[in-house]
Each structure stands twice: as structure tokens, then as C-alpha cells.
Design a binder for this molecule. Structure first.
Ligand code: DON
Length: 307
């Protein structure tokens, strides 16, 4: 039977195309150069069926959308206790780049803000891995979620690392509390490289669908991380994934989600589907303006809100 989803996606993209509000992520010079008009959306069902419309093959950097997947790898590799010892699960209600450490212990409030994500990056793989081996585990792990090999955008990486003073300051704070136990510069380099992985909106929908499918990649059939890990990751995405817009998101859209300053947003409906949007202009929280509108439409049209 002919699916109505492709024409639905075309129509929904059309409905937000005229919105030119928001700004590009100019704190990373290379991101300020992208075409602001890009617009795409994709839906991946847990059976592997993939739908997409608009800029379906444009590559852009994953940025903070890498955070839940790296959190998943850290939980799978080191176990819940070791990871929870270093990174909490409480919403910060603050912007993504706030320091947000618990007062006495220095433990970051959650793995979606930069302090927590820099820490979870350091927890991927085994304790004896060197930086290159850990990076390889991060890239191959995220590639397994996507179902294809992902590459780093070296230009975006260099552009961001040159201006990474705030993340370096956060990493030094974490090192002073022994939350990080190694050279902070090396960890920030790895974290920034992780954020510079190139994806399409279709890759992101597949990655989200792997979460929706309880850790099994819908096309390759690989169990990328255990189901218990996915439950933890989706719970944290629900409460912390949209930073200080998390409350608005929970009421308006009502599904676990994660945004990135490259212009992507993902959402997962457990047992059903993964969704992704791409549009580079961002609101004050660093979330894609048209992406947020698209998710509001998806949620109301498809009755996705958990309530
Ligand atoms: O740490 C940073 O500043 C970026 N590489 C990632 C930030 C990001 O995507 C925030 N999300 N909306």
C-alpha cells in the first residue's frame, strides 16, 4: 500500500519553511557559514522503514545530539554505578554550557549539559584505553547506532577547539574535583571531535529509532547497547535533553528528545519510531527554531505525547 508519510512530511516542512527567525551558532565560526535555509525531516520506524523529506542527504555536525549516545556507551562499558558516581541525572534548568556542578562533590548535574557530557566522554571504553582507542570506540559506537560509518568534520573540529575556552575551563573544574582523572585538554579534544561527527537527518532518525527499538538497530539488527541502558538514556533525555527549555518541551511535545547547535533535533517514541529534523537557525536555548515547531506538529498530528 502507498504510504501517506512522504507527502505528510513535505506538507509539514512547507508549513515551517517561511519562519526565518533564530540565528546560526556563531560561537563556532565554521557553523556560522552553513546555509541557514536548509530544512529536512525524517522518520524511522522500528521495523527499519525510513521516510524523509527536504534536505535529506545534507551532512551537518551532530553536536550535542552525540551526548545521549555517548552516555549510553559509557553506561554499557562501565556500568551504572561507576557512571552515576561521576554524573547525576537531575535537570539543571540552565543553558547547555553552564558549569552546573553539585556544590561539594563537583559532580555534574546530568550528562546532557557540557560538564556532564565531557565527563561521560571520558568514561567510554575500558579504564586502560588510551585517547585514540577511546575515540575509536566513540566513533564506532555512534556509527553502530546509525548503521553506517560516520566521519569527523575536521574543519568544524578545528574551528571549535580553537574557541573551546569555556569547555576547557569546565574540564579543569572537573579535574580539580577528580571527576575527570586525566588531562582535561585531551578529554575536551575528544568531546569536541565527538560533537563534530557528520550526520544526515536520516542518520539521526535511525539513531533515534535504535533508542526507540530498545537498543537494537532496526536495519542491521545489532544490539548496540542493552535495553536497561536505553531506559536510562531516554529518561534523562526526557528531563534534561532540551536544557532550560525542557519543561516547555515536556508539555508541548512530550517525548524524549535531544537538540544540537548544528541544527538537528531527535526524538524517540519507544516501541514505535525515531524522528529527526534539521534546520540550522537556533533559538536562545540553542535549539533549532523550525525543528521545535516541526516536533510540535508531529506530536499533535501523531498523538505522540506520552500523556
Ligand atoms: O560543547 C559545545 O559547545 C558544542 N560542541 C555542543 C553544544 C550543543 O550542541 C548544545 N546543544 N544545543
Amino acid at each position: 500500500m502507498h504510504s501517506p508519510i512522504p507527502s505528510y512530511l513535505d506538507e509539514v516542512l512547507q508549513s515551517v519553511a517561511a519562519d526565518r527567525t533564530g540565528v546560526l551558532a556563531n560561537y563556532i565560526p565554521e557553523l556560522a557559514e552553513v546555509d541557514p535555509e536548509r530544512l529536512g525531516a525524517s522518520i524511522a520506524m522500528v521495523d527499519g522503514e525510513l521516510y524523509a523529506s527536504g534536505d535529506t542527504d545534507s551532512l551537518f555536525t551532530i553536536q550535542s545530539i552525540s551526548k545521549p549516545f555517548v552516555y549510553a556507551l559509557a553506561l554499557a562499558d562501565r556500568g551504572f554505578e561507576k557512571v552515576l558516581d561521576k554524573v547525576g541525572v537531575e535537570p539543571s534548568g540552565e543553558p547547555f554550557n553552564e558549569i552546573s556542578l553539585e556544590d561539594s562533590s563537583g559532580r555534574p548535574l546530568n550528562p546532557m549539559i557540557n560538564a556532564g557530557a565531557i565527563t561521560t566522554h571520558s568514561l567510554v571504553g575500558t579504564e586502560t584505553m588510551n585517547r585514540a582507542e577511546r575515540m575509536e570506540r566513540v566513533i564506532s559506537g555512534l556509527s553502530a547506532f546509525a548503521g553506517r560509518s560516520l566521519d569527523v568534520d575536521e574543519a568544524v573540529y578545528s574551528s571549535e577547539i580553537e574557541h573551546a575556552h569555556r569547555n576547557l575551563a569546565i574540564a579543569h573544574m572537573l579535574r580539580s574535583h577528580d571527576i575527570l582523572t586525566e588531562n582535561p585538554t585531551g578529554v575536551v579534544e575528544g568531546y569536541t571531535r565527538q560533537c563534530s561527527l557528520l550526520v544526515t537527518v536520516q542518520d539521526l532518525a535511525m539513531m533515534a529509532a535504535t533508542l526507540a527499538n530498545y537498543g537494537i538497530q532496526p536495519v542491521t539488527g545489532e544490539q548496540v547497547v542493552p535495553k536497561t541502558v536505553v531506559r536510562q538514556v531516554l529518561s534523562v533525555m526526557f528531563t534534561c535533553g532540551m536544557y532550560n527549555a525542557a519543561g516547555d518541551w515536556a508539555t508541548q511535545v512530550g517525548i524524549p528528545a535531544k537538540s544540537g547547535v548544528g541544527g538537528g533535533i531527535i526524538g524517540a517514541v519507544p516501541g514505535q519510531l525515531g524522528l529527526a529534523t534539521f534546520s540550522p537557525r537556533l533559538d536562545v536555548h540553542g535549539n533549532s527554531v523550525r525543528g521545535v515547531s516541526l516536533f510540535e506538529r508531529f506530536s499533535s498530528d501523531m498523538g505522540m505525547h506520552v500523556m
